[in-house]
Ligand binder design. Structure first.
Ligand code: ADP
Length: 592
């Protein structure tokens, strides 16, 4: 781009040029008029002198005494500072104030003489060969009784006119230069005054461009500039207002997007990520800042995600699908809803994807499915037992009293088992429901009382196996609990400990307190549990040794109940066990 000239340097030279041209034109015209006027004046002057001398000369003409005439011419010429020449109609010069007339050539061909002989006043400016200078000639006819008797010519050197004119020229030029300097100064001031507010406005506009829209331009006095400055100030204020609105809207939008639980991402028609919220970045395991503007393939390799986006971009109908992502935390399920983005003309310009994390729902569905399968299976075993026993009795065993008793005992045991399972299931669902509806009332109670009551309940069973239950808890330990529920949990643990311990062993029930929680421990020296079972031990219907547990009357729901009771107290459960040495079960209850 060519370097731009300052406005001052665009206005100023043209001012000077116009002034100089005007001065030149005026000078040229003035000096021309002056010269013409001066010539006219001089010609008139020479004419009057000629008329004055004419009378004196007429008396001598026509005369042959040229000497006298010549002398007279010389006298008159000297006194009037004019060259005087007398010429006969034939063109012969008979008198001249400067030269010897005899030596002068015939003057009949001189234009002023020709004009005078025709009866007019002849005027001419010409180089005189006789005097070797530029001369002005004025010739008048001399008449005597209506006849031309000669021509009287007066002349002066033009150099004197030129000198006078030159003097005037010098004065005009000097005046012109003075005016030019004055005009230059004035025009510089005017140009400055014109360009200064513009310069100020330019700086103001630059501040606007830099984003300082709060800046106000000074309003110049001139109408146009003032209006311009006011319009620019108005424009800046409006722009500021609009930008503010846009920023506010964008902030609101961002706040909404970033606080959404659903992941939202938008891609343009070329499948480049144009928007992504925090939730989407987290769900997809990608960086929020680094992914913007990149193509979706670059950011994440997932064929299903790719397919949803392509399908949404190419069609008009919303697309719904489920994504399965594998991360170190295991499988995660995302439900994706894709809708195409359209511009004002209805053209597809991109796609928006809303992602819902349905991992928990899928897991719960799985748990429920497993639970139903487990319940059915657990119920089926005793029912099959009962059915088989009844069938056997019906098929003939009824005749055999002992057999009948044996099968009826089986039926009774299986019915007890059914009852136990249903009882446990009901307990579980009651605890769950009450915990969900926050119906479980908690109060500060002594832990020792609860542990004591549980131990007492299990006392008879323990005695049967000659097992000793040792209680170890300080009386002042208190926690926010629901005593009957907690007692049920401890009973379950102690009951298990008795079931899986050898006779004549010892079970310890302990209560302790730390800064943050109360810990209840039930420790036995029984068979213990292999490590691989520990993570799933608290699941419903999870049995380590099915045959043995069932024989002992276990339903696989006891520990699940313990876990739910702990959760209803906002607490946790855990287990430590070494096969062959024994197990310790813990219930942690928060103090606060
Ligand atoms: P159950 O009603 O059959 O006892 P639980 O949920 O209470 O069911 O226990 C689940 C499984 O954990 C039992 O089948 C058993 O194998 C094991 N278990 C529970 N407590 C103990 C314990 N104190 N020692 C050894 N194994 C245990």
């Amino acid at each position: 781009m060519p370097r731009k000239k300052k406005l001052l340097w665009q206005i100023y030279p043209s001012y000077i040029l116009i002034t100089l041209l005007a001065l030149l034109a005026v000078t040229w015209y003035a000096s021309r008029s002056l010269r013409q006027f001066y010539f006219k004046q001089t010609a008139a002057d020479l004419g009057s002198r000629a008329h004055l001398i004419e009378n004196q000369l007429r008396k001598q003409l026509p005369s042959t005494k040229t000497d006298t005439l010549d002398l007279l011419c010389k006298q008159l010429g000297k006194s009037s500072s004019t060259r005087i020449t007398v010429i006969l109609p034939s063109g012969k010069v008979i008198g001249d104030s400067e030269e010897a007339s005899a030596r002068m050539d015939n003057h009949a061909d001189r234009p002023e003489v020709i004009s005078a002989l025709a009866g007019n006043i002849g005027t001419a400016v010409r180089f005189s060969h006789t005097l070797q200078k530029n001369m002005m000639y004025v010739a008048i006819p001399i008449k005597s009784s209506g006849e031309f008797i000669g021509v009287l010519r007066t002349s002066i050197p033009v150099t004197s006119i030129d000198m006078a004119l030159e003097d005037i020229h010098i004065k005009i030029v000097m005046g012109g230069v003075l005016i030019a300097v004055l005009v230059a100064m004035i025009s510089l001031i005017i140009s400055r005054r014109l360009s200064y507010p513009l310069e100020e406005m330019k700086q103001g506009a630059e501040r606007f461009a830099d984003g300082d829209l709060k800046h106000k331009l000074a309003v110049p006095n001139s109408q146009e500039m003032g209006a311009l400055a006011e319009s620019m100030n108005k424009m800046a204020a409006q722009l500021d207002e609009r930008i503010k609105t846009i920023v506010e809207q964008r902030n609101e939008q961002e706040a909404v997007f970033s606080s959404m639980i659903e992941g939202v991402l938008a891609v343009d028609a070329k499948e480049r990520l144009i928007m992504l919220n925090q939730a989407a970045a987290k769900q997809l395991g990608i960086s929020l800042t680094e992914s913007q503007g990149k193509s979706i393939q670059e950011v994440m390799r997932n064929t299903e995600l790719q397919r949803i986006i392509t399908q949404t971009l190419s069609g008009d109908t919303p697309v719904e699908s489920e994504l399965v992502l594998y991360s170190n935390g295991g499988e995660r399920f995302l439900q994706a809803n894709g809708t195409s983005l359209k511009d004002a003309q209805g053209q597809n310009i991109g796609a928006v994807l809303v992602l819902n994390d349905v991992t928990r729902i899928r897991r719960l569905e799985n748990i429920r499915r497993d639970f139903v399968a487990n319940v059915s299976h657990e119920l089926k075993t005793p029912i099959t037992g009962i059915k088989l026993s009844v069938d056997t009795i019906l098929e003939g065993a009824v005749d055999n009293h002992e057999e009948t008793i044996k099968f009826l005992q089986i039926i009774s045991r299986q019915a007890d088992r059914l009852n136990a399972i249903i009882e446990d299931l009901l307990t579980l669902s009651r605890i769950e429901q009450e915990a969900e509806r926050a119906e479980i009332t908690l109060g500060r109670h002594r832990i020792k009382d609860v542990l004591g009551a549980a131990a007492q309940t299990c006392e008879v069973k323990a005695k049967d196996k000659k097992i000793n239950i040792e209680l170890n808890c300080q009386g002042d330990i208190k926690a926010k609990i629901n005593p009957p529920l907690l007692e049920q949990a401890v009973i379950n643990l102690v009951d298990n400990a008795i079931k899986y311990s050898e006779p004549e062993s010892m079970i310890q029930v302990m209560g302790a307190q730390t800064d943050t929680e109360v810990t209840i421990q039930v420790k036995d020296h029984g068979c213990g549990i292999a490590e691989e079972h520990l993570p799933r031990l608290f699941e419903r219907f999870y049995l380590v040794d099915k045959a043995r547990s069932r024989k002992l009357g276990g339903t696989g729901l006891g520990l699940a109940i313990v876990k739910h009771i702990a959760q209803a107290h906002k607490g946790k459960v855990s287990v430590e066990s070494t096969p062959g040495e024994g197990s310790t079960f813990f219930i942690y209850l928060p103090l606060a």
